[in-house]
Ligand binder design. Sequence first.
Ligand code: FBP
Length: 245
Amino acid sequence: MTNGRAMYLAYDHGFEHGPEDLPAKSIEPKYILDIAAVGKYNAVILQKGIAEKYYTDTQYQKQVPLIMKINGKADIWKGGDLYPLQNCSVEYAEKLGAAAVGYTIYLGSAYDGEMFRDFGRIVEEAHNLKMAAVAWIYPRGEFVKDDVSPEMTAYAARIGLELGADMVKIKYSGSTDNFRQAVEAAGKTRVVLSGGPRLDQEEQFLEIIKSVIQAGGAGVAVGRNVWQHPKPLEITERIRKIIFG
Ligand code: FBP
């Protein structure tokens, strides 16, 4: 992180959404690691297997820090509430060179209590190893009427603070004022934007990032809008200008 601001490149989509989310060259992990390194991202976000086979003990490890995503779900089961279990220990993430760990919580799932418990322990383990803990907090489930309402988004951000997250990754809530409510609710926990599916209009995506920064957000942890872009390094530079000036 630089001056409290952050530009992270997320690449856990092969797990979360399947290879159909990884068109053309983006199926190849080295393509993404090159974007992260050349584009000077503050971190790349990977699951354990990709870190182990493509990052650890390579030149990428010297070029770009790693946030290891340590839980996840596949996009097949539609039968009810989600509880993505941990698939990598904090200790092993550290061994593979991670500076931070990331964990998804579905706020509103019948199992959100289990995810709070698990992430609470992960925060302790990470801090004991002087690593940061990042919470992806997405309101989801039958009782969540609008997952990006200002109230839900602020609640997600607040849960991150209450659980001890160093950073929370949340979706955009529609306006600068709405997003500011989430940033305020997060207190000393930094807030980054989760990008969403690639927008045809890149200006629209950049406007959202501007709004996040104006609202006091720390930056972005985005994937598809960068590496599904025909010129990922060009959009990276435009993102960088907004975040770092
Ligand atoms: P994007 O910027 O591509 O949306 O990536 C952010 C992210 O949180 C990924 O880390 C994760 O794989 C994905 O979105 C989850 O998306 P969802 O659960 O909304 O389908």
